[in-house]
Design a protein around this ligand. Structure first.
Ligand SMILES: NC(=O)c1ccc[n+]([C@@H]2O[C@H](COP(=O)([O-])OP(=O)(O)OC[C@H]3O[C@@H](n4cnc5c(N)ncnc54)[C@H](OP(=O)(O)O)[C@@H]3O)[C@@H](O)[C@H]2O)c1
Length: 288
């Protein structure tokens, strides 16, 4: 049986993978998070993959607090860069296939057209820089049959994210200011998890390849919030504001749209629209 290690398994994406894994018996999954397997501990990872004869690693572990990363460079770099370097080295030595997840925040947001996988990277915050360094380390070490999937604006029934924050704030407030000058594509982690299941049997590449995955279609955070409100039973006024008016510790790219044609074509994947996927997630949240 194919043995798969999922790191960061209690996060949004890891939890969605766990849910889908219950429907398949082709793989034996090992779901680990920080407490079971700290990916910054190279020896622990080596011991784990040896003990369980791992064939595939899906690295869902990450430091994802974009604002805090401005003050915690060392920690974010150790998880998003150094640990990925370790995973890549171990994968190369053991011929393990590594699926690593990265982010739209490796780009500066100055583009006027959706970012291709080959577009120039230029992160504007520490989180994006640490994730880019992780990508670069993986590309350099180059374990066979390994890929990087960049995604954007991830949300899920699990964990904390924009969708759940909005649902909470709709209950607490009469008026919400939401940024309208940053555009991107929301991504339901469930869809990305299911894409990963389609990709695994088809990994066959000599050099590490980058792919982009997000739901289809684009919106601003303001439009995203309006759509969440439309599907909730709450009433709340949502006011569009500019990034200048809504200060955050870390700068965000204004334009975060990823071109997803490559992943659709290479792996024959159909990607749902962001609205359809959001509605599916909201139904699940409401019936939880
Ligand atoms: N969230 C987004 O909007 C977004 C957007 C684009 C790309 N991505 C990327 O997508 C991937 C999945 O994101 P996500 O939203 O599912 O992340 P998440 O919900 O924050 O989950 C990450 C998980 O990794 C765990 N973790 C942190 N440090 C670890 C360590 N040293 N060893 C093992 N586990 C550790 C975290 O534990 P703790 O919670 O205890 O720290 C958490 O359970 C990440 O690579 C992220 O960079 C996310």
């Amino acid at each position: 049986m194919i043995q798969v290690l999922v790191t960061g398994a209690n996060g949004q994406l890891g939890s969605e993978i766990k849910l889908i894994s219950e429907e398949t018996s082709i793989y034996k999954f090992y779901f680990t998070d920080y407490n079971e397997l700290d990916i910054t501990n190279k020896t622990a990872v080596e011991n784990f993959v040896n003990k369980h004869a791992i064939h595939i690693i899906i690295n869902c572990a990450a430091y994802t607090n974009v604002d805090k990363a401005e003050d915690e460079w060392e920690l974010s770099n150790s998880i998003n860069h150094k640990a990925v370097e370790n995973l890549a080295t171990i994968s190369k030595e053991k011929s393990i296939k590594l699926i690593h997840i990265s982010t739209d925040y490796v780009f500066d947001g100055e583009s006027k057209t959706p970012y291709l996988e080959t577009a120039t990277t230029n992160p504007i915050n520490n989180y994006g820089l640490s994730k880019l360094k992780g990508e670069e380390a993986l590309l350099k070490i180059n374990p066979k049959n390994s890929i990087i999937i960049r995604t954007s604006w991830l949300y899920s029934v699990f964990g904390s994210n924009f969708v759940k924050t909005m649902l909470r704030l709709f209950k607490e407030k009469d008026l919400l200011n939401v940024v309208s000058d940053q555009v991107g594509s929301p991504t339901n982690a469930k869809d990305l998890a299911s894409a990963i299941f389609n990709i695994i049997p088809n990994l066959n590449n000599d050099r590490v390849e980058i792919f982009h995955y997000s739901n289809i279609g684009t919106c601003s955070w303001f439009q995203f919030a309006k759509e969440i409100l439309a599907f909730s039973n709450e009433t709340c006024d949502i006011k569009p504001v500019s990034s200048k008016e809504f200060k955050t510790k870390a700068k965000r790219p204004k334009f975060s749209i990823l071109d997803t044609h490559k992943i659709q074509k290479v792996f024959n994947i159909q990607i749902p629209s962001w609205e359809e996927s959001l509605h599916n997630c909201l139904i699940k949240i409401n019936t939880k």
